[in-house]
Design a protein around this ligand. Structure first.
Ligand SMILES: [Zn+2]
Length: 554
């Protein structure tokens, strides 16, 4: 009897399975959810996920606010592709630790709640590899040496791209672009403009979620601040919770709790018709959320007043939009203000003269050099704070051509040269030994405060360890003050300008979840680092000349 019942079960399951051709239908049958919406997976409270789940486009980019059910979309896609489409999936998270947490928390929970999925996966013992019969789900972190390019899949899921090693995921995307069959889901809360998910989203259809206003019947969308009546004036104002949503077409109030009704038939609309329909982008904010109230949004908004880190958090996590703080990026206007009449061909310093010149080199396949003279109007313990920088020369060198640095040392009478230690540490050490006492290798290190420098000797070469953010703040800060504290030659190149503009100040969360200032690159940035290394050279050069009264030289 029980055998027959089993057979009926299997037959029923087979019939049902043949209907589960879309990811949304599949998920609604195969996934069981925990809090906050327990039971079968559904989209009543986040109707925007359905079309993202079922998109047939090759590239899908979701630029999203926090807690809108989008990560669950990524998990559903991964499981659906393995179960129904019988293909392997590479699921990438920012770090190996994130990957292992994901494997233990999200993946194992999905299995624990669903008997079907529990049976589907035949081997789940390995943290970063889950097998379902012949198919595999690879779970990887983007940082370190996990070589994403070498895992041969046509289905790639990138979860939180803005936190990833940018080179790693771009290589993984590049590898797929040559394939006929490919499916990418990249999702993230954005951070800064032209970076990570925002960069991907900009090249996409840029779809917004439109609904019919229940008051005026016009098609519209939720936008900040047009659609929120802000009540209350500060974070602690109890009236904030009286804030409410409104239609930007008719101005009438829309009930927060009625969202499941009026969003039920909402649709994704393309706002960038010029884009290839194979690159779909979706943007969604917390005004749509059923769990976040308008009052909570308003409190978060007030918190961002006069607090850049909180303003960023509001923009990124609540509005799903990138954020650029005041003065976060060097602009062309700032660069123009720094240009003076000198050129890189001006006469070189006299041998044995008193000019204070440092050199910074950012090495790699191509190395980038900045030669900087320092003008010191008054002597101070913190020379970097008082000195005016004058960029004398800049240029590049090939990885086989370290000899050029020797020539530049003599040509510019360099007192301190600072070169990054990696990737070619041996060449850097040899250079340091040729100019013993005048060359330092450098490496960025965590745990140092301000512009503190820790100098050690490693294999017969001095190595200066410094905090990256503080020194970038110092060198880039020169462009942002009025009057500027750096002078550029009038033949500064377009490339140098681009490298300066590509390093942008933002915030990341530290290990305790507190915002911490950091710099990210939106493109090539080597000249910026060479300039920063020249800046690090200033106190080192001053130490060499400390027995001379350098103030008299100027
Ligand atoms: Zn309306």
């Amino acid at each position: 009897m029980s055998k027959i019942a089993d057979a009926w079960d299997l037959l029923g399951e087979g019939l049902e399975a043949s209907n589960l051709v879309t990811c949304s239908r599949w998920a609604s049958k195969r996934r069981e959810m925990g809090a906050p919406f327990p039971g079968k997976y559904g989209w009543k409270y986040h109707p925007w996920v359905r079309e993202i789940l079922d998109s047939q486009a090759s590239f899908n980019y979701a630029m999203k606010a926090a807690q809108l059910g989008i990560t669950e979309v990524a998990i559903n896609r991964a499981l659906f592709v393995i179960d129904r489409l019988r293909r392997d999936v590479l699921y990438v998270l920012p770090t190996a630790l994130n990957a292992s947490d994901f494997s233990k928390a999200r993946f194992n929970t999905a299995l624990a709640l669903s008997d079907y999925l529990k049976r589907l996966f035949t081997d789940t013992d390995t943290v970063n590899l889950k097998r379902a019969g012949a198919n595999s789900l690879y779970i990887r972190g983007s940082r370190g040496d996990s070589n994403l390019k070498s895992i041969p899949v046509s289905d790639l899921i990138l979860d939180e791209v803005d936190e990833m090693e940018q080179k790693a995921y771009l290589l993984a995307l590049e590898r797929l672009s040559g394939q006929v069959e490919k499916h990418v889901w990249a999702i993230s809360t954005p951070t800064i403009p032209n970076f990570g998910i925002h960069k991907l989203y900009q090249g996409s259809t840029q779809e917004h979620f439109f609904f019919k206003c229940p008051r005026c019947n016009k098609w519209t969308e939720f936008l900040w601040p047009d659609c929120v009546e802000i009540v209350g004036e500060t974070v602690h104002d109890p009236r904030c919770k009286e804030s409410f949503l409104k239609c930007k077409e008719c101005g009438r109030k829309l009930e927060h709790k009625a969202k499941p009704d009026f969003l039920r038939d909402a649709i994704w609309e393309v706002t960038n018709p010029a884009a290839d329909s194979e690159s779909r982008g979706f943007n969604i904010n917390q005004l749509y959320s059923y769990t976040v109230t308008p009052g909570e949004l308003v409190v978060a908004y007030h918190r961002g007043m006069g607090d850049e880190a909180a303003a960023k958090e509001f923009s990124n996590s609540k509005l799903g939009l990138p954020f650029l703080g005041e003065g976060a990026q060097v602009t062309d206007d700032m660069i123009d203000r720094c240009i003076r009449n000198h050129t890189t061909n001006d006469p070189r310093p006299e041998v044995g003269g008193t000019r204070l010149v440092t050199l910074g080199a950012d090495q790699g396949k191509l190395g980038y050099i900045s030669v900087v003279e320092w003008l010191i109007p008054e002597y101070d313990r913190d020379l970097n704070a008082v000195a005016i920088a004058k960029l004398l020369w800049f240029g590049k060198f090939g990885e086989e051509d370290w000899g050029i640095l020797d020539e530049l040392m003599r040509e510019w009478q360099v007192l301190a040269a600072v070169v990054d230690a990696d990737p070619n540490i041996n060449e850097a050490r040899r250079f340091a030994r040729r100019f013993w006492g005048y060359v330092w290798l450098t490496r960025y290190r965590k745990g140092l405060t301000a512009r503190e420098m820790s100098i050690a000797e490693e294999d017969n070469a001095p190595i200066a360890q410094v905090d990256r953010s503080n020194w970038l703040s110092c060198s880039l800060g020169r462009f942002k003050v009025q009057p500027p504290r750096i002078m550029l030659p009038r033949d500064i190149s377009l490339e140098y300008r681009e490298h300066l503009k590509n390093v942008v100040r933002t915030y990341e969360k530290d290990e305790f979840g507190n915002p911490k200032l950091t710099y990210v690159s939106t493109g090539p940035d080597h000249y910026t680092h060479s300039l920063t290394y020249a800046e690090i050279g200033l106190p080192l050069a001053a130490a060499i000349t400390e027995n001379q009264d350098i103030t008299k030289a100027y």
